[in-house]
Design a protein around this ligand. Structure first.
Ligand SMILES: NC(=O)c1ccc[n+]([C@@H]2O[C@H](COP(=O)([O-])OP(=O)(O)OC[C@H]3O[C@@H](n4cnc5c(N)ncnc54)[C@H](O)[C@@H]3O)[C@@H](O)[C@H]2O)c1
Length: 451
């Protein structure tokens, strides 16, 4: 077993020897040819699904529908339990393995399929030479380490949004992905939603005149946790809590800390600004043609924070920002969870979970001409990832785009915590003249973790 600090690891992200130092266990090879079908095994992409909880199972089911993909491994620190987003969700590595095996069993004459392997340590998945790509669908505090190690192991990566937990982690992820030349698709699936793309194309092609203001929406807390002092609980059997915490601080277990609820605790997430903002602020970046940069000024606009309790992320997100092109950006909390409204000198476009609205209404049937700006063609985020593994083209939400959108959420979260106006340099990815804010670009982390 190797012990190495997370900071050391991230610093030496480009060093293949570090990846080897992390690799444990002998590779377990399962042949892709066990699955009968129309796609030749040589043309099939073998996937390992890391994190099989609320979203991990959804992503995994999407991979299962692709005929040129085989899910050969699932990995989760939870063996099996309830307690995810809804009470009836029963997830973990065992249920995930059963879903995969049953799904493939339905496709073969014998009706028996047992070839999907199961792990609790993701390093064993990365060590398998037959695995082409991994889906990383774990809490945000694990995204950087897993992505960097997967890139070093040469695996293509589907990493859920928000791409990173901190700005520093995000930049390290970009560097590792670039260095190894692997494909990374960020799970910001609005990039593969035709309606969202059309909305951004309307803005980019000047249909609402000159863009002036963008208003984005994120959702409220949809869970409650014990307020005030809370009592630690025993770790349930079959749950590797130490490996769940990983790089995060060592704290006592409570059931409301882990499954799904991690998004309400700052050690593991930036809260709903990152959770939903990874969609709505990503759309803002896309429509504003600032997806490879970001705003230059951020300011709290009345965010509300809990006074005590286990959950400590913003309860109500409210900030404003300004881009170098003069466009103003606002973010508010509202029931419809994800929305982005673009206002220009001649009209407006709003798109999100609540619908698609334009002013004037005729914009909805506007045709984007062949010589105008088109923002891609993906209509299925998972399929787009698989196609890009094969063509080696950049996917709909590549790593730099995912990093820049996550950066907007992290920087805004810092402004909301410090409650003062912050000037941001998207080039150096540092605050201008604010040491305290710059120190928040990375998080205090457990100095070592052991797998
Ligand atoms: N694209 C979307 O719209 C969307 C929707 C929901 C969630 N997400 C993202 O998916 C990620 C997971 O969210 P969720 O709602 O599924 O959370 P979840 O808690 O339901 O699932 C996460 C799973 O990861 C497992 N896990 C934790 N640490 C692990 C480790 N070291 N190794 C292996 N497994 C580990 C947990 O046991 C759990 O089963 C988050 O980044 C979230 O933002 C994306």
């Amino acid at each position: 077993m190797s012990v190495i600090s997370r900071r050391q690891f991230l610093k030496h992200a480009g060093n293949a020897a570090t990846a080897l130092a992390f690799a444990v266990g002998a590779p377990q090879i399962t042949s892709a040819s066990v699955l009968h079908g129309t796609t030749a095994p040589s043309n099939r992409i073998n996937i390992g699904c890391i994190g099989t909880g609320n979203q991990g199972v959804q992503d995994m089911r999407a991979f299962l529908t692709e005929k040129d993909v085989q899910v050969v491994a699932v990995c989760d620190v939870n063996k099996a339990s309830n307690g995810y987003k809804t009470a009836d969700q029963f997830y973990g590595r065992e249920p995930a393995r059963d879903i995969v095996n049953n799904s493939y069993a339905e496709q073969i004459r014998s009706g028996i399929f047992r070839a999907c392997d199961m792990y609790s340590d993701f390093r064993e998945v990365l060590a398998r030479a037959d695995i082409d790509a991994v889906a990383i669908v774990v809490p945000d505090h694990w995204h950087a380490i897993m992505t960097i190690m997967a890139a070093q192991a040469g695996k293509d990566i589907y990493c859920e949004k928000p791409l990173s937990l901190t700005v520093e982690d995000g930049r390290n992820m970009v560097n590792a992905v670039r260095k190894s030349g692997v494909i990374l698709q960020t799970g910001s699936h609005e990039r593969s939603n035709g309606r969202t793309r059309f909305a951004c194309e309307l803005v980019r092609n000047g249909r609402i005149g000159k863009l002036k203001k963008i208003t984005t929406v994120v959702g409220f807390w949809n869970k409650t946790a014990p307020m005030g002092a809370w009592t630690p609980m025993p770790v349930p059997e079959g749950f590797d809590y130490d490996m769940w915490l990983g790089p995060a601080p060592l704290v006592p277990y409570h059931k409301d800390r882990c499954l799904y609820n991690f998004r309400f605790i700052l050690d593991y997430s930036d809260g709903q600004i990152a959770n939903y903002g990874a969609h709505s602020l990503d759309i803002a970046q896309w429509g504003n043609n600032t997806e490879l940069t970001g705003p230059i000024e951020f300011e709290d606009n009345g965010s509300e924070w809990p006074e005590d309790g286990l959950f400590d992320v913003a309860k109500v997100v409210k900030f404003r920002a300004k881009y170098a092109n003069g466009v103003k950006l606002e973010c508010i909390t509202r029931e419809d969870n994800v929305s982005c409204r673009f206002e220009g000198t001649e009209g407006s476009v709003e798109v999100g979970y609540g619908g698609f609205f334009t002013e004037p209404a005729s914009l909805k049937t506007s045709i984007i001409g062949p010589d105008e700006i088109h923002l891609g063609s993906s209509l299925n985020h998972i399929r787009n990832f698989i196609d890009c593994i094969k063509t080696r083209q950049q996917p709909a939400a590549p790593v730099e785009v995912g990093h820049r959108s996550a950066t907007v959420t992290h920087v805004a979260n810092i402004a909301m915590q410090l409650k003062r106006k912050l000037r941001w340099d998207p080039e150096s990815e540092r605050f201008i003249g604010d040491d305290e804010a710059n120190r928040m670009l990375s998080r205090p982390v457990r100095t070592s973790w052991q797998g």
